[in-house]
Design a protein around this ligand. Structure first.
Ligand code: 1HN
Length: 345
C-alpha cells in the first residue's frame, strides 16, 4: 500500500521547465511533505525560555526604547524550529514578554487576533478592555478578545512584565491580521466582572430572556482564586496533578474561539505523562520548580519560565516542589476544525 512516490528528478528536464513556465508543479514528489503517514511532521521544536536570562534584556529594552517608539514593548519568544525572529512559538501560538514601566501607557488599539496576558511580575498595571479596567496581578489571566479595544496603563512604582499569548499565527496565515488605532478609552468606574457578576463559581447574573449575555462576560481570572481551587482539588484528589480549564462562565466554553488555557498544580515529587495531543501548547510556570521532557528534550524549569511543545509531543512533567503552571493550547481551534485527537501513551 505504501508505494514509493515518484521524484522530480525522474522527470525529463524539458517537461520540468515547461511545467515551471506554465506555473504548475507535480503533486506526487511533494505529497508526503504535506500528508505524512500516521501523524503530522511538525516544524515546531520544543522551546524553553529562562526568565532570569530574558528579564535583563527586557529591562534594557525599557531603557533603549520608549513605549511611544514601540507601541508594545515586547520580546518575542520564537520557535527554535523556525529561528529567532519567527513570530510564533508553535504552529498556532504567538508568545511574547511585555514590559510596562511605572507611569507608562500603551496606546489603545483593536485588532483581529485575540490575546491573553499571563502576569509575570510587578504590581499596579492594568489593561482596559472595552471600557473595563482589569487589574493585572501576578498569575492573573486577562483576556483581550479579537475585536475589543484595549490599552495598558501602570499606576505602580516597579516594572511590570507579562506574557502575551496570541492566536496571531493563524490570523497572519489567513492574511486576516490588522489593527486600528484610537484614543484611550474612558473607563467604567467599577471593579472588573470577576469581582462583581462572577464572584462565585456556579452563580451568574439572573438571565433575562430579552438580553443576550456578552460574548466575553468575564475577562480577568484572578490567580488567588485559581490557586485556592487547585490546592483543594489536589487535597481531595488521588493523583499528583490537578488541572482546571479556564472557561466562559456564561457558556462553559473555552475562553476564546481559538486558544484554551488550563491551570495546573503538580505536587512535589509527582510525575505526570499526559496523552499525546494533536494540539500544540505552551507552559508558563507561576510557582515552583521541576523538569519536563518534551520528545526526549529535558527542560529544568523554575518560577516565571516558559516552555513549549509541538503537536503530538511526548511530555513528562516532574515537580521538585509544589508547582503551579498555566498551559496554553489550541484545542478549541482544532475542535472547530473537527479534528482534535488524543492518543494514549
Ligand atoms: C498586541 O496588541 C499586544 O496589545 C501585545 O499588548 C502583543 C503582538 C502582536 C500583535 C499585537 C498588546 C502583540 C500585539
Amino acid at each position: 500500500m505504501s508505494q514509493e512516490l515518484g521524484t522530480l528528478e525522474e522527470l525529463p528536464e524539458d517537461y520540468r521547465s515547461a511545467m515551471t513556465e506554465a506555473g504548475v508543479a507535480p503533486l506526487w514528489p511533494m505529497m508526503r511533505n504535506v500528508l505524512p503517514h500516521g501523524s503530522p511532521n511538525p516544524v515546531t521544536k520544543p522551546g524553553y525560555w529562562n526568565y532570569e536570562a530574558v528579564r535583563p534584556l527586557l529591562l534594557r529594552a525599557g531603557e533603549l526604547t520608549p513605549v511611544e517608539k514601540a507601541e508594545r514593548r515586547v520580546l518575542v519568544l520564537s520557535d527554535p524550529g523556525r529561528g529567532v525572529g519567527a513570530m510564533q512559538a508553535t504552529s498556532s501560538i504567538y508568545l511574547g514578554l511585555q514590559l510596562l514601566l511605572p507611569g507608562e501607557t500603551a496606546p489603545a488599539h483593536v485588532h483581529t487576533p485575540s490575546a491573553v496576558r499571563i502576569m509575570v511580575e510587578g504590581q499596579g498595571a492594568f489593561t482596559v478592555v472595552d471600557g473595563e479596567k482589569l487589574p493585572m496581578e501576578a498569575g492573573d489571566l486577562v483576556l483581550t478578545p479579537g475585536g475589543e479595544w484595549h490599552d495598558h496603563g501602570h499606576e505602580g512604582d516597579e516594572p511590570v512584565v507579562w506574557l502575551d499569548a496570541l492566536d496571531l499565527p493563524l490570523f497572519y496565515y489567513l492574511e486576516g491580521s490588522y489593527a486600528t488605532e484610537g484614543p484611550l478609552q474612558s473607563r467604567r468606574n467599577r471593579p472588573d466582572a470577576s469581582q462583581v457578576e462572577y464572584l462565585s463559581a456556579g452563580l451568574v447574573p439572573s438571565r433575562k430572556r430579552a438580553t443576550k449575555a456578552r460574548r466575553y462576560p468575564m475577562m480577568r481570572y484572578p490567580w488567588n482564586r485559581t490557586e485556592q481551587a487547585l490546592i483543594e482539588m489536589m487535597n481531595y484528589g488521588d493523583e499528583g496533578l490537578a488541572e482546571l480549564d479556564y472557561i466562559n462562565p456564561e457558556t462553559g466554553a473555552d475562553v476564546l474561539p481559538t486558544l484554551g488555557f488550563t491551570a495546573m498544580h503538580l505536587q512535589a515529587g509527582s510525575k505526570a505523562s499526559p496523552p499525546l495531543r494533536s494540539s500544540s501548547c505552551a507552559f508558563h510556570v507561576i510557582k515552583g520548580s521541576g523538569k519536563t521532557e518534551v520528545n526526549g528534550v529535558s527542560f529544568e524549569w523554575g518560577p516565571k519560565d516558559t516552555f513549549t511543545a509541538p503537536v503530538f509531543a511526548e511530555l513528562t512533567h516532574e515537580a521538585n516542589t509544589d508547582a503551579f503552571l498555566v498551559r496554553v493550547h489550541d484545542r478549541p481551534l482544532q475542535e472547530r476544525l473537527g479534528y482534535y485527537e488524543e492518543r494514549a501513551r
